[in-house]
Design a protein around this ligand. Structure first.
Ligand code: NAD
Length: 488
């Protein structure tokens, strides 16, 4: 399927329970990054649509927030079931608009369903506290209530999961939402919202708008009824949003970029470590906020590890994500491709050596689309762009290290602090190193630490706030202390 022949009824905005083109005056083409063909067209929403969505969410909040968590859970579990039933349809849309291999899209859709199911349950445990009194005639209760209308802004690289991580806990907590997906990948979001709609959520509880990002975000920030904005995306935009949030002291979560280090210690099975590192690096073509970006290899295993990494990288099949045997798809767009090229050229100019890849692939299959070969670099220095900025592409830089101290120091030498990884079988090394790494997550042989029941989030310039776990529910709750004098 190159394109979607007929207009699908839900390729629209969802405002107050209705699928609508809203005030939009133009359609935006959605491009398949593997072929540059137009997959579908969606209305490009206007600020007025965001206003109407906030009106609807604000009206719906009163009743939705007063349902018991058990009642809200029934809707959310129905939505989770529908997402699972529609895995194939949603995964296909995702591959068409993002380019990622269909097998990765399926995993992502199932996990999006898991977020809805898990938060449906977790909100039932939104317990309060009874706090012992200091003054004998007083009693103190602490309760946690939904913050109000929530706006979410999400990127294109995981268009189902990153949306579900925000919308599921917000709805479960009793908030209503207005979501804005990335303008390049709205189809997956529309398909997820179709599941919420078909699960018969009351009108206005979950709204989806499209449009020019800065204009729509400006409406979210200016409207006092929007009590919280949850953003996932680049540091550049995160900084802009933080400045806008200051005006109204708006509550904000920022899940921003990372620059994940991997430390590979000499006690590992070198072949297995190389295979796992390659698989992790090229997942979603390296377009992952927790993608391994600096791979530090202990000098004792350097030669063998480098040889195995090149071996496994050369085996990766580059191709259209719809083919079942594709391992690596295209980059999202021409800008994404240009950034990868710039990083590789910069590295080469500063002395890096390309062991495989390093260029656009040749052949008819790659004449259209945004392709770059899976690339392995050595002789990598700290001043290269690949060492300090997110490449967000298929580039695997290898760097030797001497001992544990040097490894920790180099891993922490970054303004970002999202994820870090450790490959070792030595428990002392795991404890010592994991505790000293300055990141929100450490994966020990685990390159995919995101899971509904545990917190995901960064430190340093990777942002603040958590998604997943009880922490992810608290992002949508406010704390209230009720203090009672028994005998006034
Ligand atoms: P981006 O910041 O350009 O876009 C993200 C979202 O912000 C999109 O919905 C976009 O339409 C919107 N946006 C763009 N300009 C805006 C503006 N001026 N005002 C308001 N909204 C605006 O990010 P991107 O480059 O498309 O996405 C990749 C980035 O996201 C990477 O840096 C990646 O590391 C990060 N990311 C972080 C996580 C995490 O959980 N920490 C997860 C995935 C991606």
């Amino acid at each position: 399927m190159a394109a979607i022949a007929e207009r699908v009824d839900y390729f629209r905005m969802l405002i107050d329970g209705e699928w609508t083109d809203g005030a939009s005056t133009k359609m935006r083409p959605i491009i398949n990054p593997a072929t540059e063909e137009v997959v579908a067209e969606v209305p490009d929403g206007m600020p007025d649509d965001a206003h109407r969505a906030i009106d609807a969410a604000s009206r719906a909040f009163r009743d939705w927030s007063r349902l018991t968590p058990y009642e809200r859970a029934r809707y959310l579990k129905r939505a989770a079931d529908l997402i699972r039933e529609r895995t194939e349809e949603i995964a296909r849309l995702m591959t068409l608009e993002v380019g990622k291999p269909i097998k990765e899209s399926r995993v992502e859709v199932r996990m999006a369903a898991d977020y809805f199911e898990w938060y449906a349950e977790e909100a039932k445990r939104n317990y309060g506290d009874i706090v012992p009194q200091f003054v004998p005639q007083k009693r103190h209760w602490v309760i946690r209530q939904p913050v109000g209308v929530v706006a979410t802004i999400t990127p294109w690289n995981f268009p189902a999961n990153l949306l579900a991580r925000k919308v599921a806990p917000a709805l479960a907590a009793g908030c209503t939402v207005v979501s804005k997906p990335d303008h390049r990948t709205p189809l997956t979001a529309m398909a997820i919202f179709k599941c919420l709609h078909d699960a018969e959520l009351p009108a206005g509880v979950a709204n989806l708008v499209t449009g020019e990002p800065a204009e729509i975000a400006a409406v979210f920030f200016a409207d006092q009824r929007v009590r919280k904005i949850s953003f996932t995306g680049s540091k550049r935009v995160g900084r802009l949003l933080m400045q806008q949030a200051a005006d109204q002291i708006k509550r904000l979560s920022l899940e921003l970029g990372g620059h994940a280090p991997v430390l590979i210690f000499p006690d590992v099975d070198v072949d297995k470590a190389a295979q796992w590192t390659v698989r992790a690096k090229f997942r979603n073509n390296g377009q992952t906020c927790i993608s391994p970006n600096r791979i530090y290899v202990h000098e004792q295993i350097w030669d063998a590890f480098v040889e195995r990494v090149v071996h496994y990288t050369k085996q990766l099949r580059l191709g259209n994500g719809l083919d079942e045997d594709t391992d690596v798809g295209p980059l999202i767009d021409a800008n994404g491709l240009a950034k990868v090229e710039r990083h590789v050229q910069d590295a080469i100019a500063k002395g890096a050596k390309v062991l495989c890849g390093g260029k656009r692939p040749e052949g008819d299959a790659f004449r259209k689309g945004f392709w770059f070969e899976p690339t392995v670099l050595v002789n990598v220095a700290p001043e290269m762009l690949v060492s300090c900025e997110e490449t967000f592409g298929p580039v695997l830089p290898l760097i030797p290290f001497r001992d544990r101290e040097e490894g920790i120091e180099r891993a922490n030498d970054s303004p970002f602090g999202l994820a870090a990884y450790l490959l070792t079988n030595d428990l002392r090394t795991v404890i010592e190193v994991a505790e000293r790494l300055e990141t929100g997550m450490v994966g020990v042989w685990d390159f995919a630490p995101a899971t509904p029941q545990c917190p995901f989030g960064g430190v340093k310039q990777s942002g603040f706030g958590s998604e997943g776990g009880w922490e992810g529910l608290k992002e949508y709750l406010v704390t209230k202390h009720i203090s009672i004098v028994l005998e006034p």
